[in-house]
Structures are given as structure tokens and as C-alpha cells.
Design a protein around this ligand. Structure first.
Ligand SMILES: [Zn+2]
Ligand SMILES: [Zn+2]
Length: 160
């Protein structure tokens, strides 16, 4: 959705409500992205204050199990028609032609909020690097053979 911000930039107190959803062309987004909030000119400062909600899918970084997560992402920025050097941060968004591409802005915030590495549980044991077995389901055979501590213990028991 693109909104024309000219009336908002021009008039203090002007407000545009946001309540819509859009499809994101990315297979990790399993639901449309719903956006609720507003763009408002308060005392001459134009800001967007919204929340984006969607479900996304990603594999566990250790065991590769497919995971489904819900995300609620705040989309809060100050919208400016000109950017000075001091304003060069994520907080300030330059709106060229006074037209705001809300979808693009929401997507940017959404991608930044999705964790780079998801884990199915904090102590996920992952897959055995040798046989690929899921170690959450129990130890595999090669694990013991490959563990030098096990050999040391055996030596101890055998009295060698
Ligand atoms: Zn896992
Ligand atoms: Zn193994």
C-alpha cells in the first residue's frame, strides 16, 4: 500500500489510519502481513506508529526441524521529506515525493526483527555431524565411538 502523505505533511493534526494486510512474496511468510496503526502529523512532526503481525516458517538452526513462529513487529519511524546528516538513522525515513510505500517499510522492519538463528528449544542437541541422526531423540551409535573421553574411561576400567 502506498499512501500520499502530502496532506499529512501539510496539515498539523492530520492523521491516516492503517488497517490492512498484504501478501509478502517470500515463502518464509506463511500468512499475509497485517498492519494496524496510523501516520500522523503532530506539532509538525510526521510519524508512523504501527504494528505488523504475521506468521513465518524457518528451520531450527541446529536440527533443521521446521518451525512456525508468530511475529508482532513495531513499525515506528519519523517520516521526513528531507534528510539532513544528523537524521541519518533507522528512526528517520526519507519519504520521496511525499509518497510512502508502507509495505516496503513494514517488510524492512519485519526482516530485521526475525532472528537470524531460530532454535526449536534452547538446548536443542542438533544433528550428529557424522550420521545425521537427530540427537534430541537419543544418542546415536557413532557418538560414543567418536568421543575420546569414552575411550579414556574404557582404558581406566580395563586397567590399561
Ligand atoms: Zn532443533
Ligand atoms: Zn551419529
Amino acid at each position: 500500500m502506498r499512501i500520499d502523505l502530502l496532506p499529512v505533511f501539510d496539515k498539523e493534526g492530520e492523521r491516516v489510519e492503517l488497517d490492512y494486510s498484504f501478501e509478502q512474496d517470500d515463502e518464509s511468510f506463511v500468512t499475509p502481513v497485517s498492519v494496524t496503526g496510523f501516520v500522523e502529523n503532530r506539532t509538525g512532526i510526521v510519524r508512523i506508529s504501527a504494528a505488523a503481525k504475521f506468521d513465518y516458517a524457518a528451520p531450527c538452526a541446529r536440527c533443521n526441524k521446521p518451525l512456525l513462529r508468530h511475529a508482532t513487529v513495531p513499525v515506528k519511524h519519523i517520516l521526513v521529506s528531507e534528510l539532513s546528516e544528523e537524521d541519518d538513522s533507522d528512526e528517520f525515513i526519507l519519504v520521496e515525493d511525499r509518497k510512502l510505500d508502507v509495505d516496503a517499510l513494514v517488510c524492512e522492519d519485519a526482516y530485521l526483527s526475525i532472528p537470524y538463528r531460530l532454535l526449536c528449544k534452547p538446548d536443542c542437541k542438533g544433528l550428529c555431524p557424522q550420521c545425521g541422526a537427530d540427537l534430541n531423540e537419543g544418542p546415536c551409535r557413532c557418538e560414543k565411538a567418536a568421543d575420546p573421553r569414552w575411550d579414556a574411561l574404557k582404558d581406566l576400567l580395563n586397567g590399561t
